[in-house]
Each structure stands twice: as structure tokens, then as C-alpha cells.
Design a protein around this ligand. Structure first.
Ligand code: 9MR
Length: 749
């Protein structure tokens, strides 16, 4: 630990910038107590109670908590009228006990009025005697309507909670945070393909080349060579060397790479991990399903009741009204996948996720190295396995059926458009099983973007499901055409940037790319000239779309371009389309070649995007597609090499995929894989991708730990860090796409 600190400080001096947190306060800022009567010496004055019987007892506040409540906030004690200053750091501390032991308290600093935002939370598990707890966080807001609250509901049985020495001290210095980054030799902790590229990165102060050794599990040196000094890497602020041991092709497990006196985490040379990941990444979706009970025989440890079918306390998605004033009908929008760690269901983000999974399948059918049977019937252990339909198509249909239900019915205003999203009226806390969500669910206004997401994916579905279910294919195509017509009639209905209470906004003010995408999918499935004309006349068709940040739910032109380049059609100028993908891939390959961590992602200003891990993977998808188009090995190798970053060849020395690698993300922000908050819940299933470094660190936990972070360091594997460490359906689709491609390449050698 000491050694690593020295390295960071030396480098900070070298760069003339600080790499770690800079105190937001000036030295000597006054520390001020915000809580009144936090010691309960003679009374519990200034504190409110809700659904508990509480009073002073021996200089503490003690409360009898009733059993039989569902949510943490169903019983609570707290204090309102707390003032918080944006950017100021606070130390929140208290002592608390619980009898019988094992009950948790959700201690929060948040908003005392609707929408009850939470700015800091912690959920320690209590016992007797009392434990002392202390946290620092940086306030993301200015507010005179703050509160400190201790939520003690959610227990089947009654228990007794006692509280003392509550303090919220303002003006304290931010907590220092130094991630444990382990050995300075950074490798793909999972596996390198036997015939694939093998690269690593060494973090070191040395400026001259150093010797390296590749060792077998038994400790024998099986290859050696010299590092290549690469100078200071802007994405991490570290001085680094790169190591290329691609000449070694022998399979095995437990290899290590040794350089500069450090031994890397162990790794395999083989293909098995990618065959596993191909399935695990896709299996993620079953446990995200809404409206169906998750079976323990299919996902041991992950069984849970069906969510949002109207069984109390759920209000259910069977009969969902609009937000007040938006519409006067209700829709049955059961089913689909929950978007992420929340219980929202969003057409826009569902669209890109569906596209990417379907395109994974379509690529397996069309590409030279594709093996579609690897995602065929019986591969994903889902309820539909055995129905003679490829499992990946069955899984995606769960979401497609939901997307179709979000279409405004005939006879209503805006018929044919799709509602942008459906989610809770207010944000819910963590943990919370889908079946325990008591909130009112609401449909949000239709948007052109959602309508075009529906048109694009329903059109794509029409061609892929046709061999298995002609009726469904026809229904999807009809919905796609209807959506297209509705979007053309209402081309500028945008979701509001401010409609972000209870769910994310997924607002997108530019839908020219969505029009292009929908037209492309409709054309590829129907061959209709009208759609070809729209594609050819769209300014997006010839625009330079393969930008450093990559494509995502808001920038969907690449979905169209990649499909136009690979799905057979008679589109005039198709060769040019294929060339444009190869050109984009060349650019990403150049980024990868000059990047000391060997990744195809170097965002402008070194500002890592929300979900940067999937941007890395998306740029890799473009490179992989160039391989499918050209067969040139440099593209295959570049795409394969991109996995190294995801699997641990990075500044934090962490694999971002749960269950893969020696040290891996496993505390992703999640309401029903909330093991970090409730030990009786699991961590996310193996094969779950974490969002990854996000320079904007929007959540309070990241703000208090990562202030001033550089690129790759803007990540923390903590359940509260929703801006750097969530899991989502659109990020796991990128992982599924790349895992499947890399697994296909394993057959060589
Ligand atoms: O991934 C989304 C990111 O691109 C947006 O900037 C952000 C704010 O709208 O929302 C992210 O998506 C979240 C969504 O809004 C709600 N479910 C969880 C998603 C991942 O954090």
C-alpha cells in the first residue's frame, strides 16, 4: 500500500496535477454541527417518529419497531430542518444497537419533502452492544429542507432499536480514498486466446525497458522478453510500459506475468472462459425479467416472486395509468426487463438492448466465424428452453412483447406512437425486490425516439423470428410500420429532460439517427423502396458516425450502419457503407494501438462517459464487424484485445464482469442483488457488467470518494455508486455481443 501511494504522489508531481481528491473546503473551514439534540441526554426533543413507539432511555433514544412491514421507510425516526451546502463535505456519525441482533437500519441524509431524494445512505446491520458508525459524504445540493433519518422498517418480526450520539458535522475534509490496485502488472485476469494477441501493462516509475517473464502455474518460466516504455498514460495519469507475449501460444491455467519485482494476478490461455461468458452475459436477462417468477432450478440462488403483477404491495403493471394529464386510458404493460438496478422499464433503452442481442444472433447466422447454434435452443436455461426456438430469441421476445404493449392503441390521440417509459412515481430505496415495490406506476408521454426504437426493433424482429413464428413476425412488422407512420406524423415529440423523478429520463433531443435506424431495419426486413429512399436521403447515411465516445441508446446511427453493412440487401452503394465501417474500425484500431492499456476508447478531454465500459465494447464491436467484412486479422486481433481492458488490464486492476477474474466488480447498484446492504440477498449473477469509470461522478458516494479522479480512476465497486457502478440491459448487451464474437475466434489454434 505504501509503495503505491509513493508512486501516485511522484506521478502527481510529475504531471503537475493532483491525482487524488482535492479538499473542496479551504483549510481551516469551520466544522459545524447540523443535528440538534443528537445526544438525547434528557429528552428526544427535535426528533420525529413514524410507526414506532419511541422515547428517551438512559441517555439514548430507544424505539420498539413493529413487525410485518415491507419497506425500510415504513418505520423511522428522524429530524428535519437540516441545511446542506452543495460541495461541502459532512461527517455523518451515530451509535446504534438492535435486539435481537441482525436487523439493519437504513441511515440517510436526504430531502424531507417530496421527492425525498437521498443524498447519502448507509445500512449497517445492528446488534448489542451498540456499534459506532461514521461516514463522510459530499452534498450534491444546496438545501434548507434536509433531514437525517433512521429507517427501521421491513422486518417480519418486532425488534428494539436504540440510537445515540447522532452527528452531522459540516466543513470536514473529504475522506481520502485510495483503491487497492494490487500488483502493478496488469493483465486480462480471465483468459487470452491461444492464437490471439497477448498484451499487458506495467505501472512503474522506471523509464528504461525492463525484463519480463511469463510463468506457468508450477512457477516455471515459459517465455521472457522486454517491456516497452510508453511514458505517462493520460487515461490514468500513470507512467507505464507495455508487454507483448503473443508469441506464447500454449494453453494452460494459472499463468502469471512477472516484471519489476511484481507478479500479476493469474490468468488462463484458453477458450473456455469465453464460451462460458457468451452464455452468462446472455443469461443476465432472465433475472431482469418483470412479470414472471424467477425459478431457483434455472438460477440457483436467484429465485424471487414475480414483480409488478398487482400482488400486494405491488400495484402492478396490468392497468397502468398515465402521469396526470397525459392520457385518459390505462395499458397492460406487464413483462419486459427491468432496465437496471431500478424497477423502471424504458422503451428507448429497451430498444438498443434488443437490437444488440438480436444483432448478436444475426451475426452468428451471417458471419464467417459465426456459430448460431451456440445460442440455440437449450443454451440459456430459461423457461422456454426446449421449445425448438433459439434461446436468445426467446429471451429477447420477453422484452419485445413489452415494447409492443407500450404502443398507443388505435383510436387514442397519438395512436401508433410508443410511450417513452413506465416506472414508479417516486424513486425507491435499496434494497427492494420487484415484488415488494409499493409505488404507483405511471406511463410517461409518448416520444418520437421511443416510437422509432419500437419501429426499428420490431422490424428487425420480423425477419429474425419469421422462421420460428410467422404470426409473431407479421405482428411485429405491422407494429413497426404503424410506429414508423406515427413517428413521421409526429417527428419532434421529445421526452423531457426534467422528467427524472422515480426513473431515468433517457431524453434525446436529436432523432435523425433514430429515423435512420428505423428506416434501415424496415428496409432490411421488407426491401421496400420507400425505406431505402429514406436511408439514402438521410444526412446520417454519409455522416462520420464512428466518434471516439461510440454509439449508445441516444446515438443509434451505428446500429443502422452496422446492419446495412452486414445484413444482405440490394441497397445501392452498399459497398460504400461497408467501407465506412472499416474506416471507423481503422480509427478505433489506431486508438487502441496508441493506448498503453490497449483499448479502443479515448474520449475527448479524457472524460469517461456514463457506462464507459460498454462504450469500450461498442468500439470493439465496430472493429469486430470490420473483421467480419474484410477477414483481415488485424481487426479480429483488435476486437479480441479490447476484452483485456474489461477483464483487468486497467488502472484499477479490476475485472468489470462479476464472477470473472481474480478481483471483479460484484457490488453493482441493484435493488435485488443488494448483497452489500442485505447479506441475505445475492450479488449480481456471474456475467454482469459494471458501468465503469464515469468522469462526471453524479452520485454522492462517488463524489465523496473520487473527487478530482482521472479517467480510469473514476470508479468504485460500491452499491451506492449508481453513476459508476450500475448494471443495465444496454451494457450487458454490449458484453454479450463481444463475448460471442471472441468465443467464435477461439476455434483458431
Ligand atoms: O445510462 C444512462 C446515461 O447514459 C444517462 O446519462 C443517465 C441519465 O439519464 O441515465 C443512465 O441510465 C440510467 C437510467 O436513467 C435509469 N436506470 C438506470 C440507468 C443506468 O444508470
Amino acid at each position: 500500500m505504501k509503495r503505491r501511494r509513493t508512486t501516485l504522489l511522484t506521478l502527481a508531481a510529475l504531471l503537475g496535477t493532483a491525482l487524488t481528491a482535492l479538499p473542496a473546503q479551504q483549510a481551516g473551514a469551520e466544522e459545524t454541527e447540523q443535528v440538534r439534540n443528537g445526544t438525547f441526554d434528557t429528552s428526544t426533543d427535535a426528533w420525529w417518529t413514524s410507526n414506532v413507539v419511541a422515547g428517551p432511555e438512559g441517555g439514548r433514544l430507544c424505539a420498539d419497531v413493529p413487525g410485518g412491514t415491507i419497506n425500510r421507510w415504513d418505520s423511522a425516526v428522524g429530524q428535519d430542518g437540516i441545511t446542506l451546502v452543495k460541495g461541502e463535505t459532512y461527517r455523518f456519525s451515530f451509535s446504534a444497537s438492535g435486539v435481537p441482533e441482525g436487523h439493519a437500519v437504513r441511515a440517510i441524509v436526504g430531502q424531507s419533502v417530496s421527492p425525498y431524494a437521498t443524498w447519502h445512505e448507509a445500512t449497517p446491520v445492528l446488534g448489542e452492544p451498540a456499534g459506532s458508525y461514521s461516514y463522510t459524504f459530499t452534498s450534491p445540493v444546496d438545501s434548507a429542507q434536509g433531514q437525517v433519518a433512521f429507517q427501521v422498517g421491513g422486518s417480519a418480526d418486532p425488534w428494539r432499536f436504540c440510537l445515540d450520539d447522532v452527528s452531522l458535522l459540516g466543513g470536514v475534509p473529504p475522506e481520502g480514498y485510495e483503491p487497492d490496485t494490487g500488483p502493478r502488472v496488469r493483465v486480462n485476469q480471465v483468459a487470452y486466446l491461444p492464437a490471439g494477441p497477448k498484451n499487458a501493462t506495467l505501472v512503474t516509475d522506471a523509464t528504461a525497458r525492463l525484463p519480463w517473464e511469463l510463468r506457468s502455474a508450477a512457477g516455471a518460466t515459459v517465455a521472457r522478453g522486454w517491456t516497452v516504455p510508453r511514458g505517462v498514460d493520460v487515461s490514468s495519469g500513470q507512467n507505464v510500459h507495455s508487454i507483448d507475449f503473443g508469441a506464447h501460444r500454449t494453453r494452460g491455467t494459472g499463468f502469471t506475468l512477472v516484471a519489476d519485482g511484481e507478479t500479476s494476478h493469474p490468468f488462463d490461455i484458453g477458450t473456455a472462459a469465453y464460451e462460458r461468458l457468451r452464455l452468462d452475459a446472455a443469461k443476465y436477462y432472465y433475472t431482469q425479467r418483470s412479470g414472471i417468477a424467477i425459478r431457483d432450478d434455472l438460477r440457483p440462488g436467484y429465485a424471487r416472486p414475480a414483480g409488478h403483477l398487482g400482488v400486494a404491495p405491488n400495484r402492478g403493471d396490468r392497468d397502468v395509468p398515465c402521469q396526470p394529464g397525459v392520457c385518459d386510458y390505462t395499458l397492460d404493460v406487464t413483462g419486459g426487463w427491468y432496465d437496471a438496478g431500478d424497477h423502471g422499464k424504458y422503451v428507448v433503452n429497451g430498444g438498443i438492448s434488443v437490437w444488440e442481442l438480436l444483432s448478436t444472433y444475426e451475426r452468428e447466422r451471417l458471419a464467417r466465424t459465426g456459430e448460431s447454434e451456440k445460442l440455440g435452443d437449450g443454451t440459456l436455461a430459461i423457461p422456454e428452453s426446449g421449445n425448438k426456438v433459439p434461446d436468445l430469441l426467446d429471451e429477447v421476445r420477453w422484452e419485445l412483447e413489452f415494447l409492443l404493449k407500450m404502443q398507443v392503441p388505435t383510436g387514442q390521440p397519438l395512436a401508433g406512437m410508443a410511450h417513452h417509459k413506465i416506472h414508479d412515481e417516486q424513486w425507491t430505496g435499496l434494497p427492494l425486490l420487484p415484488s415488494d415495490d409499493p409505488q404507483k406506476r405511471e406511463l410517461h408521454p409518448p416520444s418520437t425516439a421511443a416510437t422509432l426504437n419500437l419501429a426499428a426493433t420490431a422490424a428487425q424482429a420480423a425477419r429474425l423470428y419469421k422462421p420460428y413464428d410467422r404470426q409473431f413476425a407479421a405482428k411485429a412488422l405491422a407494429a413497426a410500420r404503424k410506429a414508423w407512420a406515427a413517428a413521421r406524423a409526429h417527428p419532434d415529440v421529445y421526452a423531457s429532460e426534467s422528467d427524472g423523478v422515480g426513473g431515468g429520463t433517457y431524453a434525446d433531443g436529436d432523432v435523425t439517427d433514430e429515423f435512420y435506424w428505423a428506416a434501415a431495419e424496415l428496409y432490411l426486413s421488407t426491401g421496400d423502396k420507400a425505406f431505402a429512399d429514406h436511408v439514402l436521403n438521410s444526412p446520417v447515411h454519409t455522416a462520420d458516425i464512428f466518434v471516439p465516445a461510440g454509439y449508445d441508446w441516444a446515438r443509434t446511427a451505428a446500429a443502422a450502419r452496422l446492419d446495412l453493412a452486414t445484413v444482405p440487401s440490394g441497397l445501392p452503394g452498399r459497398d460504400k457503407v461497408r467501407q465506412s465501417v472499416v474506416k471507423g474500425a481503422d480509427r478505433y484500431l489506431a486508438t487502441l494501438g496508441s493506448h498503453p492499456y490497449g483499448m479502443p476508447y479515448a474520449p475527448a478531454g479524457n472524460l469517461y462517459d456514463w457506462g464507459s465500459n460498454h462504450q469500450v465494447l461498442h468500439n470493439a464491436v465496430v472493429i469486430a464487424t470490420a473483421y467480419d467484412i474484410t477477414g483481415a486479422s488485424k481487426y479480429r486481433d483488435g476486437a479480441v484485445q479490447s476484452m483485456d481492458y474489461i477483464f483487468g488490464r486497467n488502472a484499477l486492476n479490476i475485472s468489470y464482469v462479476t464472477g470473472y477474474g481474480e478481483v471483479h466488480s460484484h457490488n453493482q447498484h441493484a435493488r435485488w442483488y443488494a448483497h452489500q446492504l442485505d447479506p441475505s440477498q445475492p450479488n449480481p449473477p456471474k456475467g454482469t457488467l459494471a458501468g465503469g469509470p464515469n468522469s462526471s461522478i453524479q452520485d454522492p458516494l462517488a463524489q465523496s470518494r473520487l473527487q478530482g479522479c482521472v479517467g480510469q480512476f473514476c470508479y468504485i465497486d460500491d452499491i451506492q455508486s449508481w453513476s459508476t457502478n450500475e448494471h443495465t440491459i444496454n451494457w450487458n448487451s454490449a458484453l454479450t455481443r463481444m463475448a460471442s464474437f471472441v468465443a467464435d475466434q477461439g476455434r483458431r489454434g
